[in-house]
Write a protein that binds this ligand. Structure first.
Ligand code: UDP
Length: 466
C-alpha cells in the first residue's frame, strides 16, 4: 500500500491487454507518475512483464494490482473480432474484485483511468463514488465514429449488401463508410446475445464517463476534439498526445514487446543505407497477412528495388520462401521475424516512408518522426484513420484496402518506387509540418502539455465539480 500522504493523488489504471492499447496507456501512466501521482495498474500474469520496467523505474509510486484472470489468446489473427470480444468480456469479470480492492484500501484512488475496452469501469467508479476517465487509444475522429455507432446503433444491411454506405452527418467533414469498413466489434453485435449486450453497455458507459483523454493533439484533430467536447462536455476532453515513452527513443527497443533484433544491429544496418532510402513495413501488433498477401508484398518489395525493413509476425504463415526471398534482396532488405523496435526504426534518418495498416499508435509515431505513409487500412478504426491521414491531412497515400486484399504487386512496386526518396514529395513536406506541430504541442506551453496538466488537476481533485 501507499504512504498515507499520497491520499487523493492516487490513480487506478485499467488497461486492455493488447499492445496497441497497453503501450499508450502505459506511456500516459509514466507521465502521471512524473507529475507526482501514485498509480496502481491492473495487470494479469500476461501483462505484468510489460509493466515491470515502469515499476522498477518508480518502485515507490507504481504498484501492480495483479488479479487472477485466465485470458484466452487475444492475438489470434484468424478471428480478431471474436478474440477481442472474448477478452473484453473476460476482463469485465474483474469488476467485482476491483471494487472489493478499492473498498478495502486505506488510501483508495481518486480516479479510475480505463481503456476504451473496459467501459464497465465507469459504472464501477460510480458505485464507489470516484471519477472515471476514459482513455482512448484511438484518435478523436475515430472515437467520434465509435461513439456515434454505439449511441445510434444503425441497423446492418442485408447480408449481400456490405457495401451499403453509412454516413455520420453530425461529425465534422461528414465521413461515410461502407458497412464492411465499420468497427468489427460493432458489426458483430447481436441483440440479446450476452457478450454483445455487455460490450454495448460498456461503450455507452464510455460515452457517459466523467472525462475523456485522447492520444491526439489539437493541431492534428482540432475539429474532432471539439466535436467530442460537444458529446462529452466542454472541459472534459483532454487531447494529450502524442504519447511517447519518456526515455530516449533509441533505448526503447523493448517497448510493448521484446525486440527480435538487437537495436544496435538494426541501427548499424540502417546506418549502412543512405539517408531517406528505406521503406519501413509493419502492420502493428495484431494483423497477420495470409500467404497470398505475403507473396504479393514480397514480390512488390522485390520489384520496387528500394531498401526496406519488413516486420513479419512470428506466427504468420509463410510458405513463400522468405529465405530465398531474403537472398534475392540481400543487402537492401531486412526482414524482422517477430517484434520490431518501431520507434528507433521510424526515427532513423535512413527511413523515408512507412507502409502501415493505419493503427493509431503507428500513425502518431510516424508523425512524431516526420515520416510520410503509404496506407493499407485493414480493420478496427483504421479506415477512419486512413480518411484523416490520406484524404484530409494528406500525409499519406492509399495503396491497398481491407484485411483480405491482395495488392497487385506491379502497382504496389510502382507506388513504392515513386514515393521513396522523392525530393518534393508533398506528403513528406506535410509530414514535416506535423512533426514540428507534434514537438511544439508536447513542449512547454504547448496545447497537449497544458491539457495534460489540466487533466491531472481534475484527476487529483476528489470533487466532481469542474
Ligand atoms: N509495435 C512495435 N513493434 C512491432 C509491432 C508493433 O513496437 O513489431 C508497436 C508500435 O510501435 C505501436 C503498437 O505496437 O506502438 C501498435 O499499435 P497500432 O495502434 O499501430 O496498431 P495495433 O497493433 O493496435 O493494430
Amino acid at each position: 500500500s501507499f504512504p498515507a500522504g499520497m491520499r487523493g493523488d492516487h490513480a487506478l489504471i485499467i488497461p486492455f491487454t493488447t499492445s496497441g492499447h497497453f503501450i499508450p496507456l502505459l506511456d500516459l501512466t509514466r507521465h502521471l507518475v512524473l507529475r507526482g501521482l501514485t498509480v496502481t495498474v491492473v495487470a494479469t500474469s500476461d501483462t505484468l512483464p510489460l509493466l515491470s520496467p515502469l515499476i522498477s523505474d518508480h518502485p515507490s509510486s507504481v504498484k501492480a494490482l495483479v488479479l487472477p484472470l485466465c485470458l484466452e489468446a487475444t492475438s489470434g489473427w484468424n478471428d480478431l473480432t471474436s478474440c477481442t470480444r472474448t477478452a473484453i468480456r473476460d476482463l469485465g469479470t474483474l469488476h467485482g474484485p476491483i471494487r472489493d480492492w478499492i473498498a478495502g484500501h486505506h488510501s483508495p484512488p481518486s480516479v479510475i483511468i480505463s481503456d476504451m475496452f473496459s467501459g464497465w469501469a465507469h459504472r464501477l467508479a460510480q458505485e464507489v463514488g470516484i471519477k472515471s476517465i476514459l482513455f482512448s487509444p484511438s484518435g478523436a475522429m475515430a472515437l467520434s465514429v465509435i461513439f456515434s455507432l454505439w449511441r445510434d446503433m444503425p441497423r446492418p444491411p442485408p447480408a449481400d449488401m456490405e457495401d451499403t454506405a453509412f454516413a455520420f452527418p453530425e461529425i465534422p467533414n461528414q465521413p461515410e463508410y461502407p458497412w464492411w469498413q465499420l468497427s468489427g466489434l460493432f458489426r458483430a453485435h447481436r441483440e440479446g446475445d450476452p457478450v454483445s449486450e455487455f460490450i454495448k453497455e460498456a461503450f455507452l458507459a464510455n460515452i457517459q464517463s466523467w472525462g475523456v483523454v485522447v492520444n491526439s493533439f489539437s493541431e492534428l484533430e482540432g475539429a474532432y476534439i471539439d466535436h467530442l467536447m460537444k458529446m462529452v462536455g466542454h472541459g472534459r476532453v483532454w487531447a494529450v498526445g502524442p504519447l511517447l515513452p519518456v526515455e530516449p527513443i533509441v533505448s526503447s527497443g523493448q517497448r510493448g514487446g521484446i525486440s527480435s533484433i538487437l537495436v544496435e544491429d538494426l541501427v548499424s544496418w540502417l546506418d549502412s543505407c543512405g539517408d531517406r532510402t528505406v521503406l519501413y513495413v509493419c502492420f502493428g501488433s495484431q494483423a497477420r497477412l495470409a500467404e497470398e498477401q505475403t507473396a504479393a508484398l514480397a514480390s512488390a518489395l522485390e520489384k520496387s528495388g528500394v531498401n526496406f525493413v519488413w516486420v513479419v509476425r512470428e506466427d504468420q504463415p509463410t510458405k513463400v520462401a522468405l529465405e530465398s526471398f531474403k537472398d534475392r534482396v540481400a543487402g537492401r532488405g531486412l526482414v524482422i521475424r517477430g517484434w520490431a523496435p518501431q520507434l528507433p526504426i521510424l526515427n532513423h534518418p535512413a527511413v523515408d516512408a512507412f507502409l502501415t495498416h493505419c493503427g493509431w499508435n503507428s500513425i502518431m509515431e510516424a508523425l512524431v518522426a516526420g515520416v510520410p505513409m503509404l496506407a493499407w487500412p485493414m480493420g478496427a478504426d483504421q479506415f477512419v484513420n486512413a480518411t484523416l491521414i490520406a484524404d484530409q491531412l494528406k500525409v499519406a497515400r492509399r495503396v491497398s484496402e481491407g484485411a483480405s486484399a491482395i495488392p497487385d504487386s506491379d502497382k504496389l512496386a510502382r507506388a513504392i518506387r515513386e514515393f521513396i526518396n522523392w525530393e518534393d514529395c508533398p506528403e513528406r513536406v506535410r509530414a514535416d509540418v506535423m512533426r514540428r506541430a507534434a514537438a511544439d504541442t508536447m513542449g512547454h506551453g504547448g496545447s497537449s502539455s497544458e491539457n495534460f496538466d489540466k487533466m491531472v488537476k481534475h484527476a487529483r481533485n476528489k470533487s466532481y465539480i469542474l
